[in-house]
Design a protein around this ligand. Structure first.
Ligand code: SF4
Length: 554
């Protein structure tokens, strides 16, 4: 009997093979679209919608927009419809998409490497003032996000942004999204390697390129040579992390398959060392694997992390080397543990050329067009022409002469942009939330801002690094799973039995070399109104019981 019956291992292999036969992978011959998204992408490349926006929709108005463009292809140019005001979170899941759609758009400006000139920042601010009712949030992927955009104004907005070298190309959609880069690339005293040339070359080869504009889903990437590990490399589809190779010198350690949202996964190292000038080729190989072998049948399995989970790191590296690069990669070391817990570069720091950079913190990335224009003017008045955005919703002014630092800091503080922020202001992030996001269940930005103010008032002596990330729904735009205190928006029942806005609490998540996901505290849900009391209790207990050197997450 034993000789003829199927072993458990064979049965598992067969089940897996059966499960993956129909995943819609192009490389194994599945070119028939298996869902609506794959169909509209096949019908017309997302990048082609630009011509229709310029020649038809911006002239004939919102009602002229093809539904497949409105809720699909417009994302390829950074446009999403925003949530109609006044619809509460209880209706998010039960209303049809068109009932949630406002007639205005969110528009995302991609800022690869977070690099901005003061001239570019001024234009971002002016566009906000003129076309976006002053909105201009700093996102946790170094982008800027506008709201209240009318379709009629989009061509003029593009003209102004592109005139100064900015764009919204593939800022959203199933595309190669913004390439995160170290906010201190090229200037930091402790930099291992400057990844900027690789970011520029990746942008030149892959962004707006129709060979890579129909991916299974979004493709997130990061390049940093900072020892502070400052681009959340752990949760990108591909990341290049600066390391010093004992024989070959500075280069990058290759990570793949990270991502949050459903089935969160920390990226894995492939054990490969990549020199600076080969980073674009390797990026091309990884995005090629994703395009060709990525799962397309189910949207919630269409990120690279699911393919990696099935293949494993060894097979992934083998396919990358044999089918895409056609050469082996060199083995290399892992990054060293960063010496600091904060990775946002806030504060005053000396650059390697002797000038200074000054990092400052608004609250939860909320700034506005008027403020950004003032920041651009302030930076210029203090001898700077460059700024950077961070992956923590913060910003830096670069190249400040030593004698100008004090005055610049005073100017930023006068605008309520803190250079020495409390740990609460420094460590709290919030996603867009119900104010504009159609998927949201609760309000986040205002809640985050008032939480910061309240904690600063109640706990003026608390001085430990802590991250508090607030999401408006079960998605992961504000990275709740990797925060010390992660707050996932949902409806909860208050003491009086009413359904109200609140949060499921996750505790103890972390990034860095000990990266891991926070534990969902069983049954622990707080109403929005109880949030300051709850966070104060958790932090007070931590401060009282903390042992020397202990981090919140440990
Ligand atoms: Fe919207 Fe949810 Fe993302 Fe927040 S986490 S921006 S509510 S999708």
């Amino acid at each position: 009997m034993a000789a003829t019956s199927e072993s458990a291992a064979d049965a598992t292999t067969r089940r897996k093979a059966g499960r993956h036969r129909g995943e819609g992978q192009w490389a194994v011959g599945h070119h028939t679209p298996l869902n609506g998204n794959e169909q509209f992408k096949k019908d017309d490349d997302g990048l082609n919608v630009r011509t229709r926006i310029e020649t038809i929709y911006s002239k004939a108005g919102f009602d002229s927009i093809d539904p497949n463009d409105l809720r699909g292809r417009m994302r390829w140019w950074g446009l999403y419809t925003q949530r109609k005001p006044g619809i509460d979170g209880g209706k998010t899941a039960i209303l049809a998409p068109e009932e949630l759609d406002d007639r205005y758009f969110m528009l995302r400006v991609r800022i690869d490497g977070g690099r901005l000139t003061t001239g570019q920042l001024r234009v971002i601010g002016e566009v906000s003032q003129e076309f976006a009712r002053g909105t201009a949030d700093l996102t946790d992927r170094q982008n800027v996000q506008y709201h209240w955009i009318r379709i009629e104004d989009v061509p003029e907005i593009w003209r102004r942004l592109e005139a100064v070298g900015l764009s919204t190309t593939e800022a959203c959609g199933d595309t190669p999204r913004v390439i995160l880069g170290s906010p201190v690339a090229g200037i930091a005293e402790d930099e291992i390697i400057d990844g900027t040339p690789a970011i520029d070359e990746i942008h030149r080869r892959f962004i707006g390129n129709k060979d890579f504009s129909n991916l299974p889903r979004k493709f997130k990437s990061a390049v940093s040579g900072s020892p502070l590990l400052d681009v959340v490399h752990e949760i990108n589809d591909v990341a290049f992390v600066g390391v010093d190779h004992p024989e070959h010198g500075p280069g990058f350690d290759l990570w793949v398959g990270g991502g949050l949202s459903t089935n969160p996964r920390i990226g894995v190292r492939l054990g490969a060392w990549v020199p600076l000038d080969e980073v674009p080729d390797v990026y091309g190989g990884v995005i090629g694997i994703f395009r060709d072998y990525g799962y397309r049948r189910l949207r919630n399995r269409a990120r690279l992390k699911f393919l990696l989970a099935d293949w494993g790191a060894e097979k992934f590296r083998r396919v990358l080397e044999e089918e895409y690069l056609r050469r082996p990669l060199l083995d290399g070391p892992a990054p060293a543990a960063p010496v600091e817990q904060w990775r946002d570069h806030v504060g005053v720091h000396r650059q390697k050329d002797g000038a200074f950079y000054v990092g400052f913190a608004p609250r939860v990335g909320r700034v506005d067009g008027t403020l950004l224009v003032k920041v651009a003017a302030l930076a210029e008045a203090h001898g700077s022409g460059r700024l950077r955005t961070t992956a923590e919703q913060k910003m830096l002014v670069l190249d400040v002469p030593e004698e100008q630092v004090e005055s610049l800091v005073a100017g930023l503080e006068a605008l309520d942009l803190r250079v020495s922020p409390s740990p609460f202001r420094r460590g709290t992030m919030a996603c867009t939330g119900i104010e504009f996001c159609k998927l949201a269940i609760v309000e986040t930005k205002g809640r985050g801002q008032s939480l910061i103010d309240e904690l600063e008032r109640r706990m003026p002596d608390f001085d430990q690094p802590v991250t508090i990330n607030i999401n408006g729904c079960p998605n992961a735009c504000a990275r709740i799973q990797v925060a010390d205190i992660g707050l996932k928006g949902q409806l909860v029942v208050d003491d009086a039995g009413n359904q109200v806005e609140g949060f499921q609490v996750h505790l103890g998540g972390a990034l860095g070399l000990e990266a891991g996901f926070g534990r969902k505290v069983r049954g622990l849900k707080v109403t929005s109104a109880e949030l300051p009391d709850y966070v104060e209790r958790v932090l007070t207990r931590f401060a009282e019981q903390r042992e020397d050197g202990e981090r919140f997450a440990t």
